[in-house]
Design a protein around this ligand. Structure first.
Ligand code: ADP
Ligand code: ZN
Length: 529
């Protein structure tokens, strides 16, 4: 009968339809929601745009009490709460941006049982008053968003997250659901351990984003390369361009604007009003390009971002995946484009060497960078590599640059030997440190002022590498670095040999290198200094 059919619908499905206005669950949503509604703990790994929010919002509405959501994204809490309130969900938040009165009001609502969802910044839980407040209300569940922030091995560790292990001790009967859009197998295990979620059910969605086309290009003249990409493939499209520094953001935004692209800058150094205005233009208008530092984008839900471009190398594969994941949430074809060069490696090594923290921390940063370099220099399908990094197997995708224009490999053993011997020769000149540019000039037999000044034209390696171009030599250096056959040291990007270099110099090891496929329209000029 009709009544039977209606009661067949679970409470969860009814909430999905009535409150959120969607017809059906996606992927694992239903299973996750039912598990949490029944009081089970869950660890959810789902890519950006997968629909994580409903996985805790619906159980919070179905279970009696208030769902507590821990999120580091303080800047977005107001928006999230406003969006929920617009749907008729009773939501509130507590964070450092509020004054006393606002806080008191939310606390009163919580105690009166007038909230379905309460968003909390993690640092709130270090305050005893907050814990006592929670004791006095009824909690339906804890949702720990961006759960990878608890993993010290991950790329986005936040010390405040460590305190979240206390939730389980203090409220052992309240179900917990931890969610993240990025976790390698190692961080995955660390999240479960640190949050005492060993007994939780794990839900791991595929991390593949088939509509995103991954492309990684050697960096020649990055702003021009980007402009070319926008003009030929993304005319009038909305997109995000990531730069490492605020200055890079400013320069790139100005350059694009001068060239007729509707581009606005976004970084933490801009005043709050400009930032908010630029973000809101990006969200509300069509075809706005935001040029930003990675401060931009966490939690931004714009479905039709058609491209994400990186003009500087991301610090980790996880970061790269998360940032590129902001493209194409609507499922339509989108581009993830990255320009990467030797200078990126030098710069990031320098930052790692100069970073705060102990040796183990620097080793971690180094390992993250190495994985990123390996992705850049692979001759395999980018997607296979990317998914393998997250512990997921796949087959060649046909929708990345290496699938579409396969690079060939060449035997670079002799070139590597030439380069490494030059490094060795220069290392003997203890007083002076030289970077890649000088070594390439020497191999090419260029009598530059700096070559003559240091008598480098008298070295036995002078002029022995004319078979390759500057760009090709730079490719060799990048790949030697990526393969650990060469290392960068110190402030000036001095190249030094590694233990593995000796095997190449001693002719015990073959070096296979990637040859960049020729692409029409690509700038041929190298920007080497
Ligand atoms: P995530 O947090 O995993 O990045 P969100 O929870 O923000 O993803 O969801 C991404 C988008 O998908 C949102 O616009 C959301 O409303 C929508 N969405 C989520 N679940 C469904 C569903 N079952 N049906 C239709 N749209 C959904
Ligand atoms: Zn591929």
């Amino acid at each position: 009968t009709v009544t039977a059919e209606i009661t067949d619908d679970s409470d969860a499905l009814r909430v999905l339809r009535r409150v959120f206005g969607y017809d059906a669950f996606r992927g694992d949503q239903q299973e996750i929601i039912e598990h949490v509604v029944d009081g089970g703990d869950a660890l959810v790994l789902m890519p950006t745009g997968g629909g994580k929010s409903l996985c805790y919002q619906i159980p919070a509405l179905v279970r009696p009490g208030v769902g507590i959501v821990i999120s580091p994204l303080i800047a977005l809490m107001q928006d999230q709460v406003d969006a929920l309130r617009a749907l008729g969900v009773r939501a509130g938040f507590l964070n450092s941006t509020q004054d006393m009165d606002e806080r008191r009001m939310v606390e009163a609502e919580f105690l009166a049982g007038e909230l379905d969802l309460l968003y909390l910044a993690p640092e709130r839980l270090r305050v005893d008053a907050t814990l006592r407040l929670l004791d006095r209300g009824k909690i339906s569940l804890f949702a720990i968003d961006e759960a990878h922030c608890v993993a010290q091995w991950g790329h986005d560790f936040r010390p405040d997250y460590l305190a979240l292990s206390a939730l389980h001790e203090r409220w052992p009967d309240v179900p917990r659901i931890a969610l993240t859009a990025t976790a390698t197998e190692a961080t995955h295990g660390e999240i479960a351990g640190r949050l005492s979620l060993q007994g939780a059910r794990h839900f791991v969605a595929s991390f593949d984003r088939p509509n995103i086309q991954y492309r990684i290009a050697p960096k020649n003249d990055p702003k021009r390369q980007l402009l070319e990409l926008l003009r030929t493939e993304h005319d009038g499209d909305a997109g995000v361009v990531y730069c490492l520094s605020r200055k890079g953001v400013e320069d790139t935004a100005a350059f694009l604007a001068q060239n007729g692209i509707d581009a606005v800058p976004y970084h933490a150094g801009l005043d709050a009003r400009t930032r908010a205005a630029n973000q809101s233009r990006f969200l509300r208008e069509d075809g706005v390009v935001v040029v930003a530092t990675i401060a931009f984008g966490m939690g931004i839900d714009k479905p039709d971002v058609r491209f994400v471009a990186h003009l500087d190398l991301p610090k980790s594969v996880e970061g790269y995946y998360q940032e590129t994941g902001r493209a194409g949430r609507d499922g339509l074809p989108s581009t993830a484009w990255l320009a990467y060069g030797l200078q990126d490696v030098v710069q990031q090594r320098k930052m790692i060497d100069g970073s705060e923290g102990d040796e183990a921390h620097r080793r971690k940063l180094g390992a993250h960078l190495d994985a990123m370099l390996a992705l850049c220099e692979t001759v395999e399908c980018r997607r296979i590599q990317l998914l393998a990094y997250f512990g997921q197997q796949s087959t060649a995708c046909g929708n990345c640059d290496t699938c579409l224009t396969p690079p060939t490999t060449w035997d670079g053993t002799v070139a590597a030997q030439k380069f490494l011997s030059a490094v060795l020769r220069l290392a003997r000149e203890r007083r002076q440190k030289f970077g890649a540019g000088q070594i390439i000039d020497i191999l090419l037999g260029k009598k530059t002022a700096k070559v003559i000044q240091h008598d480098h034209d008298g070295l036995t390696v002078f002029g022995i590498g004319t078979e390759l171009s500057v760009a090709e030599w730079r490719g060799v250096v990048r790949q030697l670095l990526a393969q650990g056959l060469l290392a960068v040291e110190g402030d000036y990007g001095t190249l030094v040999l590694t233990d593995a270099s000796a095997e190449v110099l001693g002719k015990q090891r073959q070096v296979l290198l990637r040859r960049e496929p020729e692409k029409p329209g690509r700038a041929a000029k190298s920007s080497s200094k």
